[in-house]
Design a binder for this molecule. Structure first.
Ligand SMILES: NC(=O)c1ccc[n+]([C@@H]2O[C@H](COP(=O)([O-])OP(=O)(O)OC[C@H]3O[C@@H](n4cnc5c(N)ncnc54)[C@H](O)[C@@H]3O)[C@@H](O)[C@H]2O)c1
Length: 261
């Protein structure tokens, strides 16, 4: 990085694991003070400890991004501790239940859309009062699913939530330009994180709707393997920094060209 991140303050949601954790660590390495939001307290503490050990500055706050009052309170704590807010990485998300539409319950639909789409809306909404005077950068984690890929069988709710995040991010980019707040969207392909362990699958019915896709060696064309959380984190650092100062409303794919197959 060119040092333009140094001295800034960020909030990262989903900071206890995977992409959020890698981004929080990399931002901290670049001199950013980081508010870590996640529902998982012990994972949060682990991220905070790793950042402190590496000489960075972070504070862990238990926040469920679907809960307005927890988010408001979380931002308040970060502002009280660090005094300003320059960067928000709206990243917390779940795959939720993978199921054919016919068998997907409305509760499972609500859970996925509630976490990914509404959670992003609330994360952005409650950041605005703290960013509108000075401007800043908001980055949203969407996905290849719902944007370039529509063959994640059983992922209709997830893909809808990810398309919603992209549309919302572009609306926000235009609306918040009045405050010099930039909003950009990153769409990862397959990244090695803990998300699959938390994914529920209606295996019996999924078999009924799955169309075989045969990917030989080329499934991950660029490196022959899925990405690492750090492959997304470095893009987040770029989007957070002044190096991307003329970018807003952009969608960046971090997928090793897998969606071009
Ligand atoms: N891993 C991939 O292949 C991949 C690909 C494309 C997009 N994504 C997106 O990246 C983002 C991060 O996923 P990841 O792969 O790092 O997953 P992960 O499961 O490793 O980490 C997600 C973190 O978010 C937290 N979280 C979940 N719901 C929350 C809530 N309501 N409030 C606060 N925290 C919550 C979890 O506790 C967890 O620590 C998600 O939005 C996901 O959709 C991931």
């Amino acid at each position: 990085m060119d040092g333009s991140l140094d001295g800034k303050t960020a909030v990262v949601t989903g900071a206890g694991s995977g992409i959020g954790k890698a981004a929080a660590r990399m931002l901290a390495e670049n001199g950013v003070r980081v508010g870590l939001f996640d529902m998982d307290t012990s994972a949060l503490e682990q991220t905070a400890a790793e950042i402190a050990k590496a000489g960075g500055s972070a504070m862990a706050v238990k926040v469920d991004v679907t809960d307005s009052s927890q988010l408001k309170q979380g931002y308040r704590q970060v502002l009280d501790a660090f005094g300003r807010l320059d960067i928000v990485f709206a990243n917390a998300g779940i795959n939720g239940m993978l199921s054919p539409i016919e068998h997907l319950s409305d509760e499972d639909w609500d859970k996925t859309l509630g976490t990914n789409a509404k959670g992003t809306f609330l994360t952005v909404k409650f950041a605005i009062p703290h960013m509108k005077e000075r401007g800043g950068s908001i980055i949203i984690t969407s996905s290849i699913n719902g944007n370039r890929t529509f063959s994640g069988f059983g992922m209709s709710a997830y893909s809808a939530s990810k398309a919603a995040q992209t549309a919302f991010g572009k609306m926000a980019a235009l609306e918040l330009s009045a405050y010099r707040i930039r909003v950009n969207i990153v769409c990862p392909g397959g990244i090695e994180t803990n998300i699959d362990e938390r994914t529920k699958k209606d295996e019996e019915h999924l078999a009924e709707i799955t169309i075989p896709k045969i990917f030989p060696e080329g499934q991950h064309p660029l490196k022959g393997r899925p990405g690492k959380p750090e492959d997304v984190a470095s893009i987040v650092c770029f989007l957070a920094s002044d190096a991307s100062g003329h970018m807003s409303g952009s969608v960046l794919y971090a997928d090793g060209a897998e969606t071009l197959l």
